[in-house]
Design a protein around this ligand. Structure first.
Ligand code: DX5
Ligand code: ZN
Length: 228
């Protein structure tokens, strides 16, 4: 059950870079110009040092994204994600990304996500080997390659990610989306696309910019997001 919005090339604006005093309006700005995947970064203060948001942020946005036929992709940077899947799917997550480093129970948690009707996605940090993808090849709808160390927005893209994306592309089953996350802007997005990425998470470059709609459109045109 692959979420339809992930089956084509997409720029996924991350709300981590938004102005939270006007979150709904900012998300509408990018939805109005064609964004179909909104990325929600959940951090627990353990797996990564920062604490950000939880299921309440997801449920606050679920109706807005539904109006546009878009979805919420929830990136769980939390330990033992298997203990929290139901909270996020009940809140309206369309897909959930868990980290390979965060639990010994990947088979279980990926199965749990799909059983709840959401798309299942597996992320790895920059230093984590790709071998884990071989074991879960048929269990995922998306693979997320961190192109910075998780925990903060606004970091510089890690250059060695390009080779890693190329290797990961060859390990994935046909049609599985390959997401990149961290330091994605026009130049890095273009190189990630050439390496095989199909979902481009962007925080600072879109909702952190002075013109989120214009920034989204420019990035979408660069990578071939059809915006419909
Ligand atoms: C970082 C998060 C990212 C973050 C990206 O740990 O996973 O999704 O929002 O921010 P930028 O695009 O600013 O690097
Ligand atoms: Zn993220």
């Amino acid at each position: 059950m692959r979420p339809p919005q992930l089956s084509v090339t997409r720029v996924a604006p991350s709300i981590l870079a938004a102005d939270f005093s006007k979150l709904g309006a900012q998300v509408r700005e990018v939805l109005d110009v064609g964004a179909k995947v909104i990325h929600v970064d959940v951090m627990d203060g353990h797996f990564v040092p920062s604490i950000t948001m939880g299921p309440l942020a997801v449920s606050a946005l679920r109706e807005i994204v539904a109006e546009y036929g878009a979805m919420l992709d929830v990136h769980l940077m939390i330990e033992r994600p298997e203990r929290h899947i139901a909270e996020f799917t009940n809140a309206g997550a369309g897909s959930i990304t868990v980290h390979a480093e965060a639990t010994p129970h990947l088979d279980y948690v990926l199965d749990e996500i799909r059983a709840a009707g959401a798309g299942a996605s597996l992320a790895v940090c920059p230093s984590t080997p790709l071998t884990v993808y071989g074991e879960v090849r048929e269990m995922i709808d998306m693979a997320l390659c961190m192109t910075v160390n998780p925990g903060w927005g606004g970091q510089g893209f890690i250059e060695s990610s390009i080779g890693k994306i190329e290797r990961l592309r060859h390990m994935l089953a046909e049609g599985v989306s390959l997401a990149v996350d961290g330091g994605i802007a026009l130049g890095t997005a273009e190189r990630c696309a050439a390496a095989g990425a199909t979902t481009f998470v962007a925080g600072t470059a879109v909702l952190g910019s002075a013109d989120p709609a214009g920034a989204y459109v420019a990035l979408a045109e660069t990578v071939g997001d059809p915006r419909v």
